[in-house]
Design a protein around this ligand. Structure first.
Ligand code: GLU
Length: 474
């Protein structure tokens, strides 16, 4: 396929969450797959609810996740002249008309239709037709502009996700394209933009299905023939873990809080890619594979439910897979947040710390917490009772003392996990003990916790001086 152009068109009325990001990911992946263009358009015409902070989160989120765009960001508020020009043109060509029906009159109309069990819609009072006498134009009322929607026939499209959808024009009314204050409306701006930006595929949330027949009618009125109407694909809703529609109101975290919690962008992308699209049974795949495999034929048709545990599982996978030095760089802000003194260790040793704790960490935040044993001095008071439990056995107490002496005799040059492990082995056999009997009190004394990675490796990292000094506390 040639010249594919997709877009992500968020409204910056709230901080975007993972559900919104999925509506960016699929059009992005489709554009990349087809070597087309991905366009970012900020739909900020709702001046009261839009904010710069929300725009910033969109830009930061896309950049963090590597969802690069080829054109834009285009801001609708900067395109007002263009919209007004098209509205003027439509009025001149008789494709749109001024309507002086007041909101109060509309309300009365709606109530009457409800009583008559009819679908509420504008009754066309001001719609110009041949041989029709229009009411006198009232003074003091600023008119809205309405689109002359076809009165009959069907609007049909092949939705890339939902299959064929057909809506009768009788269901639709002449919707407003410019409000009384001259502001163009959402459905109108989307269509003008999709035309000007030559969008070939509109992939968006299925909360827009109802807008699509209106937008198609408008596209046609503006001269687009059937072949020029974009392909529409409406993605099913993303539900949160409680089964409600994912939204900020329902507690969805905004995309950058995942960065702050220590998620890796690869994990988020991989997770969202699978949330509504599949490639056989593949669960773990790279961004490159995703681009290669992505198509519109394998989009899920039912609502997808967010699963935080699965996201964590994927994040743990990507943490485990990352190079130590790379993870170290990513972890630095988290280490700093924990107030760790990074000068305690060389860059190489910091890399070794990462290697030791990464397997048990599902976020970078957890990784930093798991590294605490290398940065926080144990307090004897806090571990005394637990330590006594082990060392009340005199054999164990003597074994710990002997270990200390043997470790003191190990030269700094030989201060390596393998030599330390040898000494442990020797003492275990000498005292007839099993590993935990010796390792647990040593763990408590040296790092203040019994939950640590392999003790020989931990002691190597702590360094001889620290280990001997801490073992001396017994
Ligand atoms: N601005 C709309 C939204 O944030 C999307 C419009 C569209 O994709 O056509 O829901």
């Amino acid at each position: 396929m040639k010249n594919i152009r997709t877009r992500f068109a968020p409204s910056p009325t709230g901080f975007i969450h993972l559900g919104n990001i999925r509506s960016a990911l699929y059009p992005w992946a489709f554009a990349r797959h087809c070597q087309g263009k991905f366009i970012l358009r900020i739909e900020d015409t709702d001046l009261e609810r839009s904010s710069q902070e929300a725009v910033d989160v969109i830009l930061q989120g896309l950049s963090w996740l590597g969802l690069d765009f080829d054109e834009g960001p285009f801001y609708q508020t900067q395109r007002m002249d263009r919209y007004k020009q098209i509205i003027e043109q439509m009025l001149t060509q008789g494709l749109a008309y001024y309507c002086y029906t007041t909101p109060q009159e509309l309300e009365v109309m709606r109530e009457a239709q409800q009583i008559a069990k009819q679908k509420p819609k504008y009754d066309g009072t001001w719609r110009p037709e041949q041989n029709k006498k229009l009411p006198d134009v009232p003074k003091d009322i600023k008119p809205v502009v309405r689109f002359k929607n076809p009165l009959s026939g069907l609007v049909t499209w092949q939705d890339a996700v939902k299959g064929e959808i057909s809506i009768s024009n009788e269901e639709l009314d002449d919707f407003i394209i410019a409000r009384a204050d001259g502001m163009p409306t959402y459905n109108f701006c989307v269509v003008v933009d999709d035309i000007d930006m030559q969008i070939t595929h509109v992939i968006r949330g299925d909360d827009h299905v109802n807008n699509t027949p209106r937008q198609i009618n408008l596209l046609k009125a503006l001269g687009k023939n059937d072949n020029e109407i974009p392909v529409y694909g409406h993605l099913p809703t993303v539900l949160n873990e409680d089964g409600e529609k994912m939204s900020k109101r329902n507690g969805a975290m905004h995309v950058m809080s995942y960065a702050q919690e220590g998620y890796l962008p690869q994990a988020i992308l991989n997770y969202l890619a699978r949330l509504g699209w599949s490639h056989g049974n593949d669960e773990i795949f790279s961004k490159e594979q995703f681009i290669e495999w992505f198509d519109l034929n394998h989009l899920g048709t039912s609502a997808a439910q967010f699963n935080g545990d699965k996201l964590k599982w994927l994040n743990a996978h990507y943490i485990k897979q990352s190079l130590n030095q790379e993870l170290l760089n990513l972890s630095l802000p988290f280490f700093k947040a924990c107030d760790y003194d990074l000068n305690l260790y060389s860059a190489e040793t910091l890399g070794n710390i990462i290697a030791l704790v990464k397997d048990r960490s599902s976020t970078l935040k957890e990784l930093a917490q798991n590294a605490s044993i290398f940065f926080i001095q144990p307090h004897l008071d806090g571990i005394k009772a637990e330590l006594d439990n082990y060392t009340k056995d005199e054999n164990v107490a003597t074994a710990v003392q002997t270990l200390k002496i043997q470790l003191s005799n190990l030269s700094k040059n030989n201060w390596h996990a393998e030599h330390i492990a040898k000494i442990f082995k020797q003492i275990l056999s000498e005292f007839g003990l099993k590993m935990p009997a010796l390792a647990m009190p040593v763990r408590l004394l040296t790092v203040g916790s019994t939950h640590t990675p392999a003790i020989d490796k931990v002691l190597q990292i702590l360094g001889k001086d620290t280990v001997i000094q801490r073992l001396n506390k017994i």
